[in-house]
Design a binder for this molecule. Structure first.
Ligand code: NAD
Length: 420
């Protein structure tokens, strides 16, 4: 679905609402509205047939007042400067809410990775890393996976970056990127981290609301890293997935779709369409699925003035970044649908990325129990901060989440002052 307005304008609308509510210092408001650096690179890559193709890549560094820039890389035809700006700003708020010593950034390449062979993907990734050069760095700006990027791609970035460094510095630079394969310095639990975090938040919300998750029904949009992990982790709790949509279309089965079986099918076929134990439905029927919970975990701007009136659930928990635009947000709230916002609900990924970065710096390996328990503790603290702030300001949770982030950033700017 096409975006109606600029995604960054949407971020600024959310930001302004929170800044007004908390009376953010007007000078700090001026700083945080803007990004720090915006890098656009054009680079040539040799295709398998010997021809040369040009690519456009971005890295937007929104803010590093709290620590090094941090955020994923996306490979998608819709990647543009506006989208990357918005995603970078959301990273700044997310790391601040989670109390991490990190800032916010995001990047990507505007192309469809499905149209390229694995060898071409490797060359595109390596040449992009080379083009970014010292604009990224283990103590400066640390990329990670996002849509259509994965541990293999992070391993190529690592290898290329290390190859560009003096030999003496290579062993101490593995934290240039997170979301790496375990053997190349990745962390236990990073693959499932975003889905796991979402489930931790959902469990806590259900406890607070005295809502029985074991009898809940839900539907999910996107069955990639975030969507499929959330679904697989909800299975042992007993929640029933009754509809799924990915790029290939939507399917439904009121009796339940088994996440593990669907993942096996989707891994084999590269898509969910054709899955035998569900019927095909169109997008609008899918959006009208009657369930307890909707988990958007694909693209941004999916819940809009067109689709928000169709949504028929108690709770939307945002696995994707920016799945709800300003109109969609207002309509859901008017209809009494609770929203657990992206910058809280999907923060599990960056939290475990931070753990990976720390392990690499300290040359440690943590086991899965340690990662999961630390993730749980950090996320629940963030959840409580957002909940208490929503109560204090009598506002919605998205605005409250922004207030938590902006308070921390405001504090740091006031303490340190503005140079010169
Ligand atoms: P992914 O590439 O693993 O999966 C994306 C999924 O979305 C795929 O199933 C794809 O088919 C589906 N999709 C694409 N276009 C669609 C469309 N038009 N309609 C329906 N489905 C569509 O990506 P991911 O890492 O799971 O990321 C998904 C979302 O979660 C993104 O918004 C991303 O920014 C956000 N997120 C990811 C992480 C992470 O750790 N990977 C962390 C925080 C937030």
């Amino acid at each position: 679905m096409k975006r109606k307005s600029s995604l960054y304008e949407n971020v600024i609308e959310q930001f302004n609402k929170a800044a007004d509510a908390m009376s953010l210092d007007p000078n700090i408001r001026k700083i945080l509205r803007e990004t720090v650096n915006e890098i656009t690179v054009h680079f040539p890559v040799r295709m398998d047939d010997g021809s040369i193709q040009m690519f456009r890549g971005y890295r937007v560094q929104h803010n590093n007042a709290l620590g090094p820039f941090k955020g994923g890389l996306r490979y998608h035809p819709a990647v543009d400067i506006d989208e990357v700006r918005a995603l970078a700003a959301w990273m700044t708020w997310k790391t601040a809410i989670a109390n991490l010593p990190l800032g916010g950034a995001k990047g990507g390449i505007q192309f469809d990775p499905k149209k390229h062979s694995p060898r071409e993907l490797e060359r595109i990734t390596r040449r992009f890393t080379y083009a970014l050069g010292s604009n990224i760095g283990p103590e400066y700006d640390i990329p990670a996976p996002d849509m259509n990027t994965n541990p293999q791609i992070m391993a190529w970035i690592l290898d290329t970056f290390l190859s560009m460094m003096p030999p003496q510095e290579r062993q101490s630079s593995f934290h240039i990127v997170t979301g790496k394969p375990i053997e190349s310095g990745g962390s236990q639990g990073r693959m499932k981290a975003t889905g796991q975090g979402l489930v931790y938040i959902l469990e806590r919300w259900a406890d607070d609301e005295v809502f029985d998750l074991s009898k809940a029904t839900y539907f999910v949009q996107g069955f990639g890293n975030v969507g499929s992990w959330a679904a697989r982790l909800l299975k042992p709790i007993g929640a029933k997935m009754i509809a799924v949509e990915d790029q290939s279309g939507a399917i439904s089965n009121p009796a339940g779709i088994d996440p593990d079986e669907l993942l096996e099918y989707a891994t084999k076929k590269g898509k969910i369409s054709g899955y035998p134990n569900a019927k095909v439905i169109d997008h609008f029927t899918y959006m009208q699925t009657v369930a307890d919970i909707f988990i958007p975990a694909a693209l941004e701007s999916q819940i809009t003035s067109d689709t928000a009136p169709l949504v028929n659930v108690k709770l939307v928990i945002e696995g994707a970044n920016g799945p709800t635009d300003s109109d969609g947000d207002r309509i859901l709230r008017e209809r009494g649908i609770h929203i657990l916002p992206d910058i809280l609900a999907n923060a599990g990924g960056v939290i475990v990325s931070y753990f990976e970065w720390l392990q690499n710096k300290r040359r440690e390996y943590w086991d899965l129990e340690e990662v999961d328990s630390k993730l749980h503790r950090k996320l629940i603290k963030a959840y409580v901060r957002v909940k208490e702030t929503a109560e204090e300001y009598e506002t919605d949770w998205r605005t409250a989440a922004y207030i938590v982030a902006l308070r921390r950033l405001e504090h740091v700017y006031k303490e340190r002052g503005i140079f010169p």
